[in-house]
Design a protein around this ligand. Structure first.
Ligand code: NDP
Length: 281
């Protein structure tokens, strides 16, 4: 079994992006800019936002951090996004999810112009992905595809199974695999015969959010297993895959931490630079 080292590949990509960000700055006389909006006081979200800000700075991307209180109104949040949408120094806008329960996520995200939607969550970008045309693609599934590509793992003609159908991981993941000519099955909490379906997979992607969910009985000998999950058990980070048993069967496996997490960050930086380049050209 070989480890797919997302941390190392993400480091290489980030070095390439730094050079690209410098080239952008010398060509246009300003940095590519990403605005990150945090609403409320969820401590995990606050850490993610801080990390994103730091990662941008390291990559030579200007970051703009905005925080609204947990009781901010829909109108206040939308007005701020409209302001950022009109700001020529802001090329990407990211709203940290989840939002406080009283806010309408779909309406809020609809205020991000699709050109600045670096998370790829807008209806336009998801639609473009479904049609198979290039668009800003959600960072986590994009990171999965890039990791496979960097390791020379071909997708075309393979049987792929994605466990999870969320808007941010499962669905775009399935569409990317389909666009890359895999034969794709999407599983979810109502799926019957999950283990049997998973055993057909040449490429198995777990995006469930449950520790040790994928066990050896669900994995075909020689399968590529991508663990997107991030769970905390007894204070330790782990994925959705039961590493101890699955490593005996998989040909390739992503670790948690150090697998898809760092790739997701690298793809956010890439999406921001790509958005900036498109807007300036
Ligand atoms: P969601 O909770 O939105 O989605 C989980 C999916 O798993 C749902 O589609 C759900 O089905 C499905 N599911 C739940 N239980 C079962 C079951 N028993 N059998 C089959 N399917 C099941 O999570 P996300 O997609 O947002 O995230 C998934 C995981 O990935 C989480 O651990 C999250 O922390 C992690 N993550 C990691 C990222 C990274 O950078 N590495 C980025 C984003 C997320 P149903 O739709 O029927 O409810």
């Amino acid at each position: 079994m070989k480890i797919l080292d997302g941390k190392q590949i993400a480091g290489e990509i980030r070095a390439e992006l730094r050079a690209r960000a410098e080239a952008f700055e010398s060509k246009y006389g300003k940095k590519a800019g990403l605005a990150v909006l945090l609403i409320g006081d969820d401590p995990a979200s606050a850490i993610y936002v801080r990390n994103k800000t730091r990662d941008c700075e390291e990559a030579g991307i200007r970051s703009f951090s905005y925080t609204l209180p947990a009781d901010a109104t829909q109108e206040e949040a939308e007005a701020l996004i409209d302001e950022l949408a009109a700001d020529e120094n802001v090329h990407g806008i990211l709203v940290q999810l989840p939002l406080p329960a009283h806010l309408r996520e779909d309406r809020l995200l609809a205020h991000i112009p699709y050109e600045k939607d670096v998370d790829g969550f807008s209806a336009y970008n998801i639609g473009s992905l479904a049609l198979g045309s290039p668009a800003a693609v959600a960072c986590t599934p994009k990171g999965v595809m890039r990791l496979l590509a960097r390791y020379g793992i071909s997708v075309s003609g393979k049987r792929a199974v994605v466990i999870g159908r969320s808007k941010i991981v499962g669905r775009p993941m399935a569409m990317l695999l389909l666009n890359a000519d895999a034969t794709v099955t999407v599983c979810h909490s109502k799926t019957k015969g999950l283990a049997e379906i998973c055993r057909e997979a040449d490429i198995l992607v777990a995006a469930v959010g449950k520790a040790n969910f994928v066990t050896a009985e669900m994995v075909k000998e020689g399968a590529v297993v991508i663990d997107v999950g991030i769970n905390r058990v007894d204070g330790k980070l782990c994925g959705d895959v039961d590493l101890a048993s699955v490593k005996e069967k998989a040909s390739f496996l992503t670790p948690v931490p150090g697998g898809i997490g760092p790739m997701t960050v690298a793809m956010l930086l890439e999406n921001t630079l790509e958005a900036a380049e498109r807007q300036m050209s």
